[in-house]
Design a protein around this ligand. Structure first.
Ligand code: TMP
Ligand code: ASP
Length: 251
């Protein structure tokens, strides 16, 4: 299926969504484009789309086996996967196990400080406002999500974080923090919340357990070099690195 013949439904910074082959489905296309600090820094990470497509498909499938409902349906090709169409809830859910990034900055906590328990933060998904940190009170007051949806997202976020922390630990990676997006899926059985978007080194912080080497998008955000290698390393440890990665990454 060529890209041109399909209707573009949405184009984001790192992904594009096209109309899917069946009603209620979308084709999620992973690009090599990377942005940071709300589009102020732009670049490409060669082969990232191929690798994130693999990593996200793999992790969403594992989560599905753990009875976490996700939008993922099936892989399509190197850069694309079929997903369920959902109405994205405009709230980014961040779970933190170790202080880093904006938490470290905001509260002056040294990066790498373990947190006594997983910390959940809500951010309003709004580029113009630079995705501000918000309280559940704001989410309810402005109707971005209902109370039962917030409870569900909170519960899923903790369960997913718990499962993924163990999965990454087994491959010598510490899950420092991670961002989730959820969506509403409407079917004959009513409305259900699904994990949507992607799970990848773009949307999490992953540190090598022994060396604390960063294996995630902070290598791009902070100009640390060896960006492609870090993404490949995560895919390799997960056992999902595409075989002829170099040839296919440019496809
Ligand atoms: P932060 O420390 O910059 O707030 O990021 C927390 C986590 O959320 C980190 O794993 C990266 C991820 N994240 C995104 O996926 N998208 C974003 O726009 C931002 C700011 C962070
Ligand atoms: N969402 C941020 C941006 O658009 C990227 C990030 O820092 O992860 O630039």
């Amino acid at each position: 299926m060529s890209r041109q013949r399909r209707r573009l439904v949405y184009e984001g910074k790192a992904k594009a969504l096209f109309e899917g082959p069946e009603p209620g489905t979308l084709v999620q296309h992973f690009k090599d484009d990377a942005t940071a600090f709300n589009n102020q820094k732009r670049g490409t990470i060669s082969g990232k789309g191929v690798i994130n497509n693999r990593i996200s498909a793999h992790l969403m499938m594992r989560l599905g086996e753990m009875d976490i409902p996700t939008h993922f349906l099936r892989p399509l090709n190197m850069r694309e996967q079929l997903v369920r169409e959902v109405e994205i809830i405009p709230v980014e859910v961040v779970v933190r196990n170790v202080a880093a990034g904006s938490l470290s900055k905001r509260l002056d906590i040294k990066e790498g400080t373990p947190l006594p328990r997983p910390l959940i933060e809500w951010y309003f998904k709004n580029d113009e406002l630079n995705d501000p940190l918000v309280l559940d009170e704001h989410i309810l007051a402005f109707g971005w999500a209902a109370e039962d949806e917030l409870d569900e997202m909170f519960g899923y976020a903790l369960r997913i974080n718990d499962y993924l922390s163990g999965l990454f630990h087994a491959i010598n990676i510490r899950l420092i923090d991670i961002k989730f997006e959820f969506g509403r899926h409407f079917s004959d059985e009513g409305m259900h919340i699904l994990l949507a978007d992607e799970i990848s080194p773009d949307t999490s912080r992953l540190w090598d357990l022994e060396t604390d080497d960063k294996l995630d998008k902070d290598r791009f955000r902070r100009d640390l070099g060896k960006i492609e290698e870090a993404y490949q390393e995560v895919a390799r440890r997960l056992g999902v690195l595409p075989k002829s990665d170099r040839a296919e990454a440019s496809a």
